[in-house]
Design a protein around this ligand. Structure first.
Ligand code: COA
Length: 169
């Protein structure tokens, strides 16, 4: 771990004026996902048009975000959502917190920022009596993120599998 940032991470809830800093963090992650899985993810293209998409995150009032600040810079972001599964004959109506995205600026990685963001959401889950678990999805290509989540105590509880359809090509 890079000692430089370790003791100097502030985590707080995001507000609308954080939009540009949040976009900077997610832009790198969006490029990584597009490069490795272009069937699923859109090309984030230029930063200005990407920022417009990120502003939509704030329109969805059920999705909340924590940001990490080191110095005066937004260095990491985590978006989460509280989810209640519909109770059916098969499923109990489990209540969970879903981590939608977590990303840290490349040059600040491996300095504990991602863990500090995840700890905040795990603490929130712990404080809410009705929450059964915290879950998330991670792409199979993203081995680094899998190691990160495993270190935080997450383990695989289901597989989502896909097969590409070639339509005669
Ligand atoms: C995944 C990510 C958020 C981790 O953030 P981070 O701030 O670098 O993570 P931390 O410094 O808190 O790492 C904690 C531990 O996770 C594991 N870990 C983190 N990055 C790792 C990597 N690249 N390779 C292997 N293990 C890793 C290590 O065990 C690490 O502890 P250590 O540094 O003491 O060895 C960051 O790499 C990132 O932004 N990736 C791009 C976006 C992304 O893929 N997000 C996940 C989408 S599902």
């Amino acid at each position: 771990m890079t000692e430089q940032f370790k003791d100097n991470i502030e985590i707080r809830e995001a507000v609308k004026s954080d939009l540009e800093g949040i976009s900077e963090v997610f832009y790198e992650s969006a490029k990584l996902h597009y490069k490795n899985d272009p069937l699923t993810f859109k090309d984030p293209k230029d930063f200005t048009s990407y920022t417009k998409k990120v502003s939509d995150f704030f329109k969805d009032r059920d999705i909340n975000s924590f940001i990490a600040i080191s110095g005066n810079e937004i260095t990491g972001v985590l978006r989460y959502e509280k989810v209640q599964r519909k109770e059916t004959g098969e499923y109990r109506g489990a209540k969970s917190i879903k981590v939608k995205d977590v990303a840290v600026k490349e040059k600040y990685r491996r300095s504990g920022i991602g863990s500090a963001l995840m700890k905040r959401v795990l603490d929130l889950a712990q404080s809410l009596e009705y929450i059964d678990f915290v879950n998330l999805r991670v792409r199979a290509f993203n081995k680094e993120a899998v190691s990160f989540y495993e270190k935080l105590g997450f383990s695989v509880d289901s597989y989502k599998m896909s097969r590409k359809v070639n339509h005669g090509k």
